[in-house]
Design a protein around this ligand. Sequence first.
Ligand code: SAM
Ligand code: SF4
Length: 328
Amino acid sequence: MPYLDNFNRPISYLRVSVTDRCNLRCVYCMPPEGVPWRPHEEILRYEEIELIVRAATSLGISKVRLTGGEPLVRLGLVELVHKLAHIPGIDDLAMTTNGTLLARYAAELAQAGLRRVNVSLDTLRPERFRRITRRGNLAAVFEGIAAAREAGLVPLKVNMVMVRGLNDDEVVDFARLTLEGDWHVRFIELMPLGANAAWAGDGYVSVGEARRRIEAAFGELLPAKVRVGNGPARYYRLSGAAGTIGFISPVSEHFCYRCNRLRLTADGRLRPCLLSDYEIDLRTPLRLGADLAEIRGLLIRSIGTKPERHHLGESIAPRERAMSEIGG
Ligand code: SAM
Ligand code: SF4
């Protein structure tokens, strides 16, 4: 049974950022000058992540997602997947990736025990992709998606962060994908974080607006009968569609009352809430020799500090880290 926090929420999910580095520089995620990478010695080693995940499973956490930065730029990631997939108690091991390196790794990842991937993709237009990511190649992402499907990393979800004036005119195109095949597309509201907090205000598009545009184009959205995940998204389907449409609304309708997660940053801090800068250091105790019981105690402390909800509505946004450092 998962451990309950102070608001009776079962904590069953750990997001692990394996690196703060990334091969892209998405405009809403990183400041234009980039984020200085942390030195290697500040980043958790795979054995350290493994110990933390073992401690987490002893508290009933059964779902782990690898994220970053871009998780696939870290060397030897397949080895970490293999270690984590074999920890008793882990029944869902997934990854969030920008997809650019998936074609190379999908088969190995699946073989090592990864179950599923979410691919972040904000545009279907090559030129625009390069502009949003400040360097990426869209064709590589499509190859990655195909390879992931072939390797059985399904259901594969596509995450689209909507930004006004940048890609919001593609909401209908993304929705159309779900009519054309087995696409699971999720529309995500832009969150104000780190140095981008002020910028994000003008770009914000609510999921309500996305929904209205989709329904104007294709008719009413029907609640999806099949659950595609157990995260914060609400799922719908267009009539006759093979795929689903999800909406993630951290800003317009907070889902904190359903929050089931903890986050581990690449430099070894536990972050009880994405949208609060409060963190607990695990790396220092680990390097001083902390064992599983001690880490378990720190996990319990972190669960005990999960706030009831975030306060973006009152314009209180975290400032200390970019999204690329936390992992989304
Ligand atoms: N590099 C990987 C990727 O892009 O999927 C994993 C890390 S990335 C930080 C995780 C997710 O956070 C991505 O889906 C990205 O679009 C999302 N994200 C980044 N900045 C965001 C923001 N300000 N608001 C909402 N989502 C954001
Ligand atoms: Fe990198 Fe993901 Fe951030 Fe884009 S959203 S810069 S791919 S970490």
